[in-house]
Design a protein around this ligand. Structure first.
Ligand code: HEM
Length: 326
């Protein structure tokens, strides 16, 4: 009896050990197969489905992944640099160089420059543009720059609010962009004297041979013209690509076109952001008296003669010079 019991125990022990050995082998094989399948899928392996949608035969589309890398490694840091980097550069520049003061001080005589409608369309485009830049940064780079430092709840609310604001602000921005581009283009045509303006950086540098220079400028100077045409071109690209991304059911872009739109949208945003920071600094801090133009539509006479001498001479000569009633 004792012998039979011992034999049974050995048999059971053997069965268990054989079973667990087989199980381990099975787990190992399954893991290996799983890894192989994933490697193939990540490499863009194609299969067969009954679906007829775009890229339906691929579970993971490999060039989508390249766009993800482009976004995380290049586009997102570039947008961050265009915004905060430019602010830092400008603060340092103003600390070293100082601002452009009105040499004769304020005259108190206000010259008509922009209509009330012009001022309105400027802010119709500008305010949404600034909101689009901030929310766009959250959507493009928030997961790298903000999410690790705030809680999940706060991140969820931030990204949700950013998406909503970004979608709705696109409409007034495009309206402002279209009106400014069409109505202001005639005053922004390049002229020969713009080259000289560029060579002396508009007289804004307060050192060396540049100090005290007042290059000729018409209604718009060369720097403003550069900003205007960059805004016109990249505003067009950002609007068109944005529409494709916002209404995919309406335009039915191909998968490739959607990815191109995504990249063009970010690249245009980076360029517009960098220019906007320069523009805002020039208007608010750098050029004494400049901001008044987009508040009341009038500028000080001394500002007009110092920064836009050819325009001032022209309106004086052709009789369109108009002063604000005191
Ligand atoms: C706080 C933000 C901003 C301020 C204080 C500001 C101020 C100004 C001022 C004072 C002018 C008139 C310059 C002149 O009469 O010579 C101007 C023009 C202009 N602004 Fe803005 N702006 C701001 C944001 C923006 C933004 C975000 C955009 C883009 C949507 C924009 C687009 C333009 C354009 C296209 C012009 C005409 C070209 C030029 O004169 O520079 N502005 N802005």
């Amino acid at each position: 009896m004792k012998k039979i019991f011992m034999m049974l125990s050995v048999a059971v022990a053997l069965m268990f050990s054989v079973n667990s050995f087989a199980h381990e082998g099975h787990d190992h094989n399954a893991q290996e197969t799983e890894q192989q399948i994933w490697a193939q899928l990540k490499g863009g392996a194609q299969g067969v489905t009954t679906s007829t949608g775009q890229a339906h035969e691929q579970l993971i589309n490999v060039y989508d992944l390249r766009v993800f890398e482009l976004r995380s490694d290049i586009l997102a840091p570039a947008l961050l640099a265009a915004l905060f980097g430019m602010i830092i550069v400008f603060i340092i520049f103003i600390k070293l160089n100082g601002i452009s003061k009105l040499h004769g001080g304020f005259s108190g005589k206000m010259v008509y420059r922009w209509s009330k409608f012009d001022v309105s369309i400027h802010w119709l485009g500008a305010i949404p543009c600034m909101l689009l830049i901030l929310t766009g940064l959250v959507l493009l780079g928030g997961r790298y720059f903000f999410q690790p430092y705030i809680g999940d709840g706060a991140w969820g609310s931030l990204v949700n609010a950013s998406k909503l604001i970004h979608d709705y602000m696109a409409i007034p921005f495009m309206l402002g962009w279209a009106l400014m581009t069409v109505l202001w283009a005639k005053n922004q045509m390049p002229k020969m004297y713009d080259i000289k303006w560029m060579l002396v950086v508009g007289g804004y540098l307060n050192f060396g041979p540049f100090k005290g220079k007042h290059p000729d400028a018409g209604f718009a100077n060369a720097g403003e013209k550069l900003w205007f045409w960059a805004f016109a071109l990249f505003g067009l690209i950002i609007s068109a690509s944005g529409m494709l991304l916002l209404f995919p059911n309406l335009f039915e872009p191909s998968r490739t076109l959607s990815l191109i739109a995504l990249v063009l949208h970010s690249v245009s945003a980076i360029i517009i952001t960098a220019f906007s920071i320069v523009h805002i600094f020039m208007a608010t801090v750098m050029s004494e008296g400049g901001m008044e133009c987009m508040v009341s539509g009038y500028c000080d006479e001394n500002w007009a003669t110092q920064h836009h001498n050819l325009w001032f001479d022209e309106i004086k000569d052709n009789g369109t010079l108009k002063y604000k009633d005191q």
